[in-house]
Write a protein that binds this ligand. Structure first.
Ligand SMILES: NC(=O)c1ccc[n+]([C@@H]2O[C@H](COP(=O)([O-])OP(=O)(O)OC[C@H]3O[C@@H](n4cnc5c(N)ncnc54)[C@H](O)[C@@H]3O)[C@@H](O)[C@H]2O)c1
Length: 315
């Protein structure tokens, strides 16, 4: 069993990954600084079940300023998920994105090198590809938003630390993750909230933009596979996506069917930086890691609707 550091452990995906690793018998050291992009209470709730576990320890530490060497004591592997996500805010607060996503990653890589970490799994995004993200991992990267640019810079830092100091890196590019605990700024969360509250939904663009729809547990499974098959994963970059590509209009129809309600669209033009088509090419993850996404979008959306319904009852 390994001692694993998860950065961004209070976030949407990090909290699920933590539970999965604890379930497998690993020890989890969690790090987060509760960046107020969304509420601290939401993040504390994400982390609650991990915190109740005796193999979990938590450090409220900022990657940009904290003592990372002491957090890393005894850790074999790092799952680096902490970042400022979401692209719209990256136009108006670039400093926050560059400091968390680039400087934070650089400080963590420095500490990982000094502490001789055995595996550094860096979580990146389809946004590094640009407006269209449909190609294999070795395709040209043309990020289209400040968020994507900072995430690509972080990837390149990882490669520089691997090439110069042999830091054992794997890069995972996640594609549109959804399901319970999805961040409140994400489209499906906003869409479901609008449906449940009978409020209008602001629809940017024509709704024909497509997404890869990765259910959180498939994303966690791919991340675990990268960790378990480190002999094959080190030095590699993998796309991590779901198996079903749907347009936003198709997702709206599915959610209307699931909730029995109709959306009232407030139509606006596409926003700067919005991706048009993402369709994860996961051939490499299939071939090298044995990854296979299993959750159908309808099933995953139902689970997210149930979770948000419960959230609203508690509010
Ligand atoms: N959610 C998606 O669809 C998606 C898609 C592609 C890539 N990703 C990537 O996955 C990772 C997790 O995303 P998420 O949706 O769970 O986001 P999230 O915002 O829910 O989680 C990120 C966590 O990182 C923490 N954090 C940020 N900066 C930090 C810092 N300087 N020090 C310590 N903690 C810090 C935040 O407080 C937050 O709890 C990110 O790297 C993101 O870029 C997510």
């Amino acid at each position: 069993m390994s001692r694993c550091l998860i950065t961004g452990v209070a976030g949407f995906i990090g909290s699920h990954l933590s539970e999965a690793l604890l379930d497998q018998g690993h020890e989890v050291v969690g790090l987060d600084c509760f960046v107020p992009y969304y509420g601290r209470t939401v993040k504390e709730a994400n982390m609650a079940s991990s915190q109740a576990h005796n193999r979990f320890t938590f450090h409220e530490t900022d990657l940009r300023s904290g003592d990372l060497h002491s957090v890393l004591q005894g850790c074999e592997v790092i799952f680096h998920l902490a970042a400022m996500p979401g692209l719209m805010k990256s136009w108006s607060d670039f400093q926050l994105y560059s400091s968390c996503n680039v400087e934070g990653t650089q400080r963590l890589l420095d500490a990982a090198r000094d502490e001789k970490i055995e595996h550094f799994i860096h979580v990146s995004t389809s946004s590094v590809y640009g407006k269209e993200a449909t190609e294999p991992e070795d395709s040209p990267l043309k990020p289209f938003s400040p968020y994507g640019i900072t995430k690509l810079a972080a990837e390149q830092l990882c490669r520089a630390y691997a090439a110069n100091f042999d830091v054992p890196i794997t890069i995972l590019r996640y594609f549109s993750v959804y399901g319970p605990r999805q961040r409140p700024d994400m489209a499906y969360h906003i869409l479901i909230r609008a449906l449940l509250n009978g409020e209008p939904f602001t629809l940017y663009g024509d709704g024909e933009q497509t997404r890869s729809n990765t259910y959180y547990s498939d994303c966690v499974a791919a991340t675990r596979l990268a960790f378990e098959r480190r002999d094959r994963a080190i030095g590699e970059t993998f796309n991590v996506g779901g198996g079903e590509i749907l347009s936003l209009n198709e997702v709206i129809r599915l959610l209307e069917e699931i909730t029995g309600r109709s959306i009232v669209p407030d139509r606006r033009p596409a926003r700067p930086g919005d991706q048009k088509h993402t369709a994860a090419n996961i051939d490499k993850a299939r071939r090298i890691l044995g990854y296979e996404p299993i959750t159908r979008v309808k099933e995953g959306l139902k689970a997210q609707v149930e979770w948000q319904t419960e959230l609203m009852k508690k509010a």
